[in-house]
Design a protein around this ligand. Structure first.
Ligand SMILES: Nc1ncnc2c1ncn2[C@@H]1O[C@H](COP(=O)(O)OP(=O)(O)OP(=O)(O)O)[C@@H](O)[C@H]1O
Ligand SMILES: [Mg+2]
Length: 294
């Protein structure tokens, strides 16, 4: 790392909102992809508000927008990001140059509209991209990837490389069928992929559980695969209102039903996380990304 990049990294570390920041340097970074089969089911809102929830619990989080062509985390935050992954590659910026700060000190990396070019990079640029990503090792506890919907090869690469995949579905049969198709496809490419279901826009806790159980059941029956569940987020008009205000719903409407259910989701994740040991850090993520790149 050159001097300037080192200084930027130190500055970002110091600015991070939680005092635990400097104590956890040796913890492995976990990469979590937020995915869905059908589009528009709430991935970006969940990625963002889930990240804010983890941040509030003292985790060091970086959200990365890898929704090729349609990234919008910055829009949801009302921040017009100055730099993004495309700039990192095109202008040779460091990873520290492109980390932006959102509310509560949430750190995020915008994708940029030309992000699809990362799949056509020549070897030296690709190596540079991976080297920069690798620097996040030890810097963040969790990297949340907001991915594009569906089963395009582009999003699939990020899912396959992640340590864990949060599959977002709504209770609608079309979303559920597409979520199953996504699980099936990813599982066939990577049999040890680890999935957790999130049911968004549930009318009740009962519906949330029913939908998650249904998806786990078909996965067990037809794929012989155990798929866990993190819980549900209520269907709540406050989400659309927050989107219009370009502010995260958990911050602008903290007592809404959606925000309450999001907090439960975060707690459920943290509880399960303690039971889990399999984490391969940025090194594992990048080596898988590389192997699935071709
Ligand atoms: N829990 C919820 N309650 C009510 N409305 C919701 C909820 N979650 C999401 N929505 C609505 O769905 C819209 C789409 O959400 P979001 O952009 O997060 O979906 P997405 O899965 O990221 O979409 P894309 O596939 O296009 O990336 C929101 O703007 C909001 O209007
Ligand atoms: Mg989205």
């Amino acid at each position: 790392m050159n001097d300037q990049a080192q200084q930027l990294r130190e500055k970002l570390l110091q600015q991070s909102s939680h005092p635990s920041v400097l104590q956890h340097g040796s913890r492995k970074t976990k990469v979590i992809a937020v995915a869905s089969g059908k589009g528009g089911v709430g991935k970006s809102n969940i990625a963002l508000n889930f990240s804010l929830g983890l941040l509030q619990k003292g985790q060091r989080v970086v959200v990365m927008d890898v929704d090729v062509g349609f990234g919008n985390i910055d829009i949801l935050l009302g921040i017009s990001s100055q730099k993004n992954i495309v700039d990192l590659i095109d202008k040779g910026l460091s990873i520290w140059d492109i980390i932006e700060k959102g509310p509560n000190g949430l750190q995020f990396i915008a994708g940029g509209s030309g992000l699809s070019q990362i799949f056509q990079l020549d070897e030296s640029k690709l190596r540079y991209f991976f080297e920069q990503l690798a620097q996040l090792h030890g810097y963040a506890d969790v990297i949340i990837l907001d991915t594009g919907a569906g089963m395009s090869e582009n999003s699939l690469r990020f899912l396959l490389a992640a340590d864990e995949i949060l599959v977002v579905t709504t209770p609608e049969p079309t979303a559920l069928t597409d979520a199953y198709a996504l699980i099936k496809m990813t599982h066939s490419r990577k049999p040890d992929a680890h999935f957790q279901i999130i049911v968004n826009r549930a009318a009740s806790a009962k519906e949330g559980k029913f939908v998650a159980d249904k998806l786990s059941l078909v996965s067990r029956q037809f794929l012989n695969l155990e798929v866990g569940s993190l819980g549900f987020v209520f269907d709540d008009d406050h989400v659309a209102r927050a989107v219009k205000k370009q502010q995260p719903f958990s911050l602008v409407y903290p007592s809404s039903k959606a925000a309450h259910s999001m907090r439960d989701l975060v707690l459920s994740y943290l509880q399960q996380e303690n039971e889990q040991t399999k984490q391969t850090g940025m090194k594992g993520f990048i080596s898988r990304l590389r192997s699935f790149w071709k």
